[in-house]
Design a protein around this ligand. Structure first.
Ligand SMILES: NC(=O)c1ccc[n+]([C@@H]2O[C@H](COP(=O)([O-])OP(=O)(O)OC[C@H]3O[C@@H](n4cnc5c(N)ncnc54)[C@H](O)[C@@H]3O)[C@@H](O)[C@H]2O)c1
Length: 404
């Protein structure tokens, strides 16, 4: 059992101070490190750490996890979790959490700002002014009110953009491969072509599944209406940038905003190379759709809350790797969290061990996800070490944690 007053947290990569205060408010001892650590350094520092917080630069490898003798959960204070060996974490019964929704609003606001800027041709007016050109002409400048936005991918970001775009007077259409409920007055299109042929603005908010690589190319640009505007703030790999350049250079599209690229520079000093450089009425941004102080603070709070809830209550809601279980804590109960290999009969075996020792089950919840199951059991009247030893000795047990 982890003594709740002695939970050790190691946060790397300058995680937002809101996360530190949230974890300290739970009585945890937090050590915050400015930079990422490499594998050898992390192996050295992970001894005795219960919770590890990282961002995108720290790699949590199988070797690190082997050395992590006390680790119960990892918080990725970002969206992606590719930097963590998730199968190894699951094998060790370590829960991984991230912040999939914290920067949704930031992306939506950037998209909306870019739609207005492109529709008013602000980029050209701005660069003209910097070059000393005073051009008050209204040609090609429009209000966004009444124009039709076509959203491709109606998920977290697409739906929020739908609501905001409608509130500034735009008409909204969307296309999604999954069956999605239309919000407000949004119109669902039965095909991507229908959306492309009927919208003044097309904006991509699809996920990065492998099938989406290169799905938007010359054929799709040709389907868009003449003078339309194109935005991609989703994933760089989904768009053919040579085809986009041609559609812009030929005047078929009147503008574009791109935040994500198939190949992005690794560091600050590296040159940004793209077919889209030096085109008029094109806004290029360095993958900053979700980069706001508000989003960082929200990520800090969100992930820290998930980590604390896992330590204190065993809740795995929105865990990236473990089955999702959330059982309200009852006063005076002991709670046992049991991560196990998902095979038939585990529940019966656990309950038979408890019954043999006259332990009464007051609450219980089991969820499975692929190879693993997670069972949370609340018991009253205490338990002996023998009960825990027998549960631990089960062939299917991956990890057993007594929470209270
Ligand atoms: N620019 C940034 O900084 C930034 C920040 C956050 C998220 N993102 C990216 O934005 C995208 C959307 O994020 P989200 O949280 O809304 O994701 P989400 O998973 O909630 O939504 C994606 C939606 O796209 C749909 N979809 C997938 N492939 C499709 C296709 N080919 N055609 C039509 N619909 C399709 C899915 O069914 C789903 O509804 C992701 O790719 C994410 O990585 C970018």
């Amino acid at each position: 059992m982890i003594d709740q007053t002695k939970v050790r947290v190691l946060l790397l990569e300058s995680i937002h101070p809101d996360a530190v205060s949230r974890l300290e408010a739970n009585g945890f001892e937090v050590e915050s490190v400015r930079n990422a650590l490499d594998e050898a350094e992390l192996i050295e520092r992970i001894d005795g750490v219960h919770l590890l917080g990282i961002r995108s630069k720290t790699r949590v490898t199988a070797k690190v996890l082997e050395a992590a003798n006390s680790l119960v959960a990892i918080g990725a204070f970002c969206i992606g979790t590719d930097q963590i060996d998730l199968p190894a974490a699951s094998r060790a019964g370590i829960a991984v959490f991230n912040a999939p929704f914290s920067n949704t609003r930031s992306v939506v606001e950037l998209a909306l700002a870019e739609i207005i800027a492109l529709t008013r041709r602000l980029t050209e007016k701005n660069s003209g002014m910097h070059a000393g050109v005073w051009d008050k002409a209204a040609d090609g400048s429009h209000e966004i009110r009444g124009r039709r936005i076509g959203i491709v991918g109606y998920g977290n970001i697409g739906t929020q953009l739908s609501v905001l775009a409608e509130s500034v007077g735009m008409q909204v259409s969307f296309y999604d491969t999954a069956d999605k409920l239309a919000l407000g007055n949004a119109r669902r299109c039965g095909s991507l072509d229908e959306l492309l042929e009927s919208s003044d603005i097309i904006t991509l908010h699809v996920d990065g599944r492998p099938g989406n690589a290169g799905f938007f190319g010359a054929e799709q640009f040709a389907r868009m209406t003449k003078g339309a505007i194109f935005l991609n703030l989703s994933r760089g790999i989904v768009v053919d940038h040579v085809a986009l350049r041609e559609a812009l250079a030929s005047g078929h599209l009147s503008g574009a905003a791109v935040d994500v690229f198939p190949k992005e520079p690794k560091g600050r000093g590296d040159e940004f190379v793209s077919e889209l450089r030096e085109l008029p009425n094109v806004i290029l941004t360095p993958h900053i759709g979700g980069s706001t102080e508000e989003a960082q603070s929200d990520i800090g709070n969100f992930v820290a809350t998930k980590l604390a809830s896992f330590v204190q209550e065993g809740n795995t809601t929105l865990s990236v790797n473990l089955p999702s279980v959330a059982l309200p804590l009852q006063e005076g109960m002991s709670r046992i969290g049991h991560v196990h290999v998902n095979t038939p009969g585990v529940l019966a075996q656990v309950n038979s061990i408890l019954a043999d020792h006259k332990v009464n089950v007051e609450g219980q919840l089991l969820t499975t996800r692929g190879e693993y199951g997670y069972l949370v059991t609340d018991i009253s009247g205490g338990y002996t070490d023998e009960v825990l030893e027998q549960l631990r000795a089960m062939d299917q047990t991956v990890r057993l944690r007594v929470l209270a």
